[in-house]
Design a protein around this ligand. Structure first.
Ligand SMILES: Cc1cc2nc3c(=O)[nH]c(=O)nc-3n(C[C@H](O)[C@H](O)[C@H](O)COP(=O)(O)O)c2cc1C
Ligand SMILES: [Mn+2]
Length: 526
């Protein structure tokens, strides 16, 4: 049964012994982060030995300087909790459900049509429905009452530029199609009514923003096209635009904090731009997401949310954002990003503020990322059926390293797969792609290191490529642009110009193994 809301989910966590309530007073400035970091590192070399890997979810009930406030953190921070959030025994179950949907073939005859009916009925559950009101409207604050500082927003790391909202579901509308997007983009709190809006330029909300800019430029400026391009360049930290020719106007934005877990998770999935995350959440929870209309902007928000911020991004306004201790383990430096102006806050009575911290892995986002890896495998296979398995090691922070095994069928196949990955949605950011044959277990890093380092002639097998780079990368020649590397560690073929013979791998013969099995105990070794 789907979780109705965050509280329903918290009850489930508590029943399962996966929630720890903290009654001692804790400061949202740095202290929550330090405690959570220690808990997240449980089960690792340096972590707490008495806790399971990732530790429990934490509910801070006594927040310094904020009487009555509660902070939830680490709700997704273990493999077990991630599975519980999506209500599956195995993350591959979600992938299987996607696979079933994609495997649909045209029914032949009445019987096959009838067999499809339950699945078609299931489809109906995915679509969001708009309801008249919901708990997120229990308290409504507009005008002077709007105060972001009412919420226990964290400062995560010492050199952070301030407090950051780190687990927001940011809702925008595509001006072309009317479809809604939900993306998780952090928000730096500037004051009681304004925040940064850190949608990176390649993300969906950034494209909605650019489209509104293009329209504004087309309507306002004499040389519409070049003005539009110039504004976009500036908005992306590039060239400056002549004063007076920027399009003015507003983009409606709403932010939901503290929803049922499937919806919050859907905000991070790298869905194709035209697929509404509300539908993905409906698919994941097998129950429609209920939406209510905003008070001050033309958007709908999840009715079950703890907290909603409504407002707008002014198209002609950018402001320095950061620094921020990021999930790379380094601080991301200051850069210009749009500014979010809050026009209305609605929330439940006694709202629970849901948040996370990122930093040196593993942290909560590691488990979210691993879930994405599992769920997206069938979708990768849709365009690249040769892919057998994929591993994005947590220390590769998801955009730095992807190891992929393939069923190699023709010369140059590994390079085709690299190019496919660099062209596939957010996988475009992958700095290093390692391609191995299907007999290599990509989840076994020891086997990967053995096979990859044995199998390559570096000069021949490394492929460099230029392209877009994740905004968080601090090593690329320029922000957002740089090189990627692919390593073809597959067995090389004659048809790829490899004239030597490829050696066999060492394995003991079966009959010897059996003989040794039979006498093993008598050897007295263990
Ligand atoms: C905790 C967390 C924080 C994130 N912060 C940002 C961020 O500040 N900016 C950003 O562009 N992406 C951020 N992401 C990644 C996006 O949420 C992710 O790329 C998502 O797919 C974007 O949605 P979209 O494809 O609809 O744009 C974050 C992810 C997580 C898990
Ligand atoms: Mn999206």
């Amino acid at each position: 049964m789907a979780y109705n809301d965050l509280r329903d989910w918290l009850q489930a966590l508590e029943r399962a012994g996966e929630l720890k309530r903290i009654k001692a007073e804790v400061d949202p400035i740095l202290e929550v982060a330090e405690i959570t970091d220690r808990v997240s590192k449980a089960g690792t070399r340096h972590g707490i030995k008495t806790l399971q890997p990732g530790g429990p979810a934490l509910l801070f009930e006594n927040v310094k300087g904020q009487p009555g406030a509660r902070i939830l953190i680490n709700q997704f921070g273990s493999e077990a909790r991630m599975k519980r959030a999506l209500e599956v025994d195995n993350l591959a179950d979600v992938a299987d459900r996607i696979q079933q949907l994609m495997n649909v073939k045209s029914p032949e005859g009445l019987l096959e049509k009838i067999k499809m009916l339950p699945m078609l009925a299931d489809l109906g559950k995915f679509f969001p429905k708009t309801v008249a009101s919901g708990p997120c409207k229990e308290v409504i604050k507009k005008g002077d009452q709007v105060n972001l500082l009412d919420f226990p927003i964290l400062q995560c790391w010492p050199q952070d530029g301030g407090r950051f909202i780190t687990l927001p579901c940011v809702i925008t509308r595509d001006p072309r199609t009317g479809k809604r997007n939900v993306g998780m983009y952090r928000m730096q709190v500037y004051d009681a009514k304004t925040t940064g809006m850190h949608w990176q330029r390649q993300k969906v909300a950034a494209e909605h923003y650019r489209e509104l800019m293009r329209r504004g430029a087309a309507a306002g400026a004499e040389n519409a096209v070049s003005a539009g391009v110039d504004i976009m360049a500036r908005s992306l930290g590039g060239s400056t635009l002549a004063e007076g020719s920027r399009p003015s106007g507003r983009m409606d934005v709403a932010v939901a904090i503290g929803t049922d877990p499937a919806l919050t998770f859907s905000a991070i999935v790298p869905a194709p731009p035209d697929v509404e995350e509300f539908i993905i959440a409906g698919f994941l929870r097998q129950k429609p997401v209920e939406l209510v209309k905003c008070e001050t902007v033309d958007l709908e928000v999840p009715a079950n949310a703890e907290i909603i911020f409504e407002g707008y991004v002014q198209l002609d306004e950018l402001r320095p954002e950061g620094p921020f201790g990021d999930h790379t383990g380094f601080y991301t430096p200051v850069d210009d990003y749009p500014v979010f102006h809050v026009t209305c806050i609605t929330h439940r009575k006694d709202p629970i503020y849901a948040t996370t911290i990122v930093g040196k892995p593993p942290m909560e986002d590691a488990y979210m990322g691993k879930a994405v890896e599992r769920i997206f495998l069938p979708l990768m296979r849709l365009t690249m059926p040769e892919i057998v398995d994929v591993n994005l090691p947590v220390e590769g922070v998801f955009h730095n390293l992807m190891i992929v095994s393939i069923k190699k069928s023709y010369p140059g196949h590994a390079r085709k797969v690299m190019n496919g990955i660099w062209s596939l949605g957010q996988a475009m950011f992958t700095k290093c792609v390692i391609v191995v044959d299907e007999d290599v277990d990509v989840q076994d890093i020891a086997e990967v290191v053995l096979k990859v380092s044995n199998n390559i002639d570096p000069e021949r097998d490394v492929q460099f490529m230029l392209g877009p780079i994740d905004s968080l990368d601090h090593a690329s020649r320029q922000p957002n642009f740089g090189s990627k590397m692919g390593i073809d560690a597959t067995r090389k073929w004659k048809t790829e110009g490899f004239d030597r013979s490829w050696p066999d791998e060492i394995t003991m013969s079966g009959d010897v193994k059996k003989r040794v099995d039979a006498v093993w105990k008598s050897l007295g070794i263990d």
